[in-house]
Design a protein around this ligand. Sequence first.
Ligand code: HEM
Length: 435
Amino acid sequence: MNIPGPEPQADGGVGAVAAAGGLHTYQLRLHAEYGPVVRFQLPGAETAVSVADPVLLEATAGIDKRPERLFAFLAPLFETGNLQVMPADEHGPWRRLLLSVLAGRPSHERHFAQFTALATALADGWAERACGEPVELQKDLTALSLRMICAYALGGEVADPDGVVAAFEEVLTEHLGQLYGPRAEGAERSREALAHLRATVDRVVAAHRPGGRADSSDLIGALVEAGERPARIRDTVMVTMLAAHHTTGVAVSWALHLLGRHPDVADRVADELDRVLGDRAAPDYADLRRLTYLDMVLKESMRLYPPGPYGARETTEALVLGGYEIPAGATIFYPIWAVHMNPDHWPQPEKFVPDRFTPEAAAGRPRLAYIPFGLGPRACEGAGLAVVEAQLVLAVLLKRFRFRPAPGHEVTPIERFVLWAADDIRMIVSPRASG
Ligand code: HEM
């Protein structure tokens, strides 16, 4: 049986993706028109298949390979090979090591005070703004999450954290910029910034002593103790910062965008924060577990605006999916956004309804109906840490402020490696006490 999809075009599919405004919206359209399994053209992928049905996705959940050409643009960031497409035998032990740090409660707890201080500093800055002047949420919140991941990945040993943040921004602007259109200037600055970042990691590695300083980096400590070579440690810090930074920042800004448009939900969150925190301005780590409605709001926000709008795999052997035969070597897309908007599992999918995530409601859905962190052996290792960070930042901000959309400002989601708002998300931030 042939997989349904649009007629092949002479341009190899480039025009159709551009006309739809990017791959994420193209996938939404394709699935609306052709059903849950769609074949389409994409430069660099001979057979590209997108699967938006959570039950059919199960058949792909064991695939342990990403398509190299799709991620080739990241290769210059790495010294030991592109970590996004590492071979499975190398990736398995690396993943287990990362999970042993990133997914562990002790590591989250140890960095919690530092994260709280950074979130509070941002809130203090917003409180000092002229009344009524809109805040650019995306800009400020991605900067905050970059600060958090720098503090986390490099520990407190770094002499010049602002310099590291600036260097990382320089590198990212250059490399992601190339993906979305060439930049004439910047290559030299980016090379210097990359060298600065690598030298910074080397200094942290050199200073590492088992059981050393209380604010040492858990991540680098684990990599050193596992005997990883210095270049692989540098690469791992780079990929962690890359993967952690925009994703967590936009998760929080999309949540605030939705809350600003749903005051009834925002009131319920505020009530929960008052009940759990009392007079305290920020939660303790142990409080997060009690902020159950906030957690549902975050989940529903990441359903409607998944920070990573799609993932991809390459089949290593032929497989049958919903009656269709997919050859070995095919590119399978996980169209995360289209999966989250699948009306078979999400009635009125465009509506913001946090109660979809009560334990009872969630238990009635297939496992892969909600996949903001991807799935299978290459799923996000940072999911646990990301949720802790996002919940903490939301709790600090929503305990203190109310958010309203800036009048006349239009918010348009576009794909820019993450699901990004084209012209930021501008909101009026006012102290809660005064309404
Ligand atoms: C809300 C925030 C985040 C979201 C929505 C997110 C989402 C994702 C997605 C969709 C993938 C691709 C998964 C796949 O191909 O199946 C991914 C990969 C990854 N993420 Fe995250 N992520 C977030 C935060 C973080 C954080 C905080 C870290 C680290 C501290 C992190 C580390 C990684 C790494 C290392 C990978 C590569 C996985 C691999 O190749 O094994 N992410 N993430």
